[in-house]
Design a protein around this ligand. Structure first.
Ligand code: C2E
Ligand code: MG
Ligand code: MG
Ligand code: MG
Length: 280
């Protein structure tokens, strides 16, 4: 942390940096233990098909139950599991766990799994995915893999070839957080995605800012003309739902429909939403 010394300049205090380093090392040690101790769990958040008014699927979101700190949000530990390489074994567990869970859901409900760019650069990814499908018995078209634009940053042949191999398995690929990367549009040309997820930062400010609404509308139009469904992320209110419906988005996800929840609670989510999506 830099602190102002009162004359408008900044000085660095070494004790602070030491503390940060120590906290970071402690986090790493805890994370290494966490996998073996079974401290990770997948929560699931509903994704609603707003044209058919029904649940299309659920996104699997990683949660860490720290023995002392309680539930730790992914933003705090995902960068560390990526840097330490722990994302590879953990990522395999995530894919398999999500597929096994989804195999118990109604036949047309999909599961969406987030992939890290590190998993993508690893040659074992396609095999991990096909193994998870085989072990769980989940139909490949019920698995959706969410990747962000950072996966495509290098835009190299291996990335594109991996995407095509995954596609050939029969799984679908969604582009997550669309609009926040550097050259989103060119990515749509390099690889035909099955779905576009509009980043929640646009949705959040849509009602106060005309430019955000215009961006959401343009992405929905783009999706429609490319034949790709568009999911609006971060829907928290009925007004936002109406706006994205009018914009032509095909799907919606957000606290308005449901927060991410443990697998055992999904039966209730499915029952409650049956009523809610018909009202909305
Ligand atoms: P994401 O994939 O874009 O996931 C959506 C995030 O938005 C989730 O945060 C979700 O809880 C949150 N969210 C959903 N609806 C609303 C809403 O209405 N309002 C607000 N304010 N937030 C909403 P979460 O679970 O904290 O995950 C954050 C990010 O961490 C994810 O963003 C994803 O990039 C990453 N992540 C989560 N699980 C995994 C995983 O299993 N593997 C990998 N590689 N990354 C993951
Ligand atoms: Mg996602
Ligand atoms: Mg997202
Ligand atoms: Mg995100």
């Amino acid at each position: 942390h830099a602190k102002a010394d009162g004359r408008g300049t900044f000085r660095f205090f070494e004790p602070d940096m030491d503390e940060q380093l120590q906290a970071r090392r402690a986090l790493e040690v805890d994370l290494r233990k966490a996998i073996g101790n079974g401290e990770f769990e997948l929560f699931y958040q509903p994704q609603i098909n707003i044209q058919k008014n029904e649940i299309g699927g659920f996104e699997a979101l990683l949660r860490w139950h720290h023995p002392e700190r309680g539930l730790v949000p992914p933003a705090e530990f995902i960068p560390v599991i990526e840097e330490t390489g722990l994302i590879l074994p953990l990522g395999d567990w995530i894919i398999e766990e999500a597929c096994k869970e989804a195999a118990s859901w109604p036949g047309d409900v999909h599961v969406a799994v987030n992939l890290s760019p590190i998993q993508f650069r690893n040659r074992g990814l396609v095999q991990s995915v096909s193994r998870a499908l085989a072990v769980s018995g989940l139909a490949p078209n019920r698995l959706e893999l969410e990747i962000t634009e950072s996966v495509l940053l290098q835009d190299n042949e291996m990335t594109i070839s991996t995407l095509h191999q995954l596609r050939r398995l029969g799984v679908r690929i969604a582009m997550d957080d669309f609009g926040t990367g550097y050259s989103s549009l060119s990515y749509l040309r390099s690889f035909p995605f099955d779905k576009i997820k509009i980043d929640q930062s646009f949705v959040r400010e849509m009602s106060q800012r005309a430019d955000c609404l215009a961006i959401v509308q343009s992405i929905a139009n783009l999706g429609a003309s490319l034949g790709m469904p568009t999911v609006a992320e971060g829907i928290e209110t009925e007004d936002q739902l109406r706006q994205i419906q009018a914009a032509g988005c095909t799907d919606a996800q957000g606290y308005f429909f449901g927060r991410p929840k443990p697998a055992r609670e999904l039966v209730h989510t499915m029952a409650a939403l049956k009523h809610k999506v018909q009202v909305a």
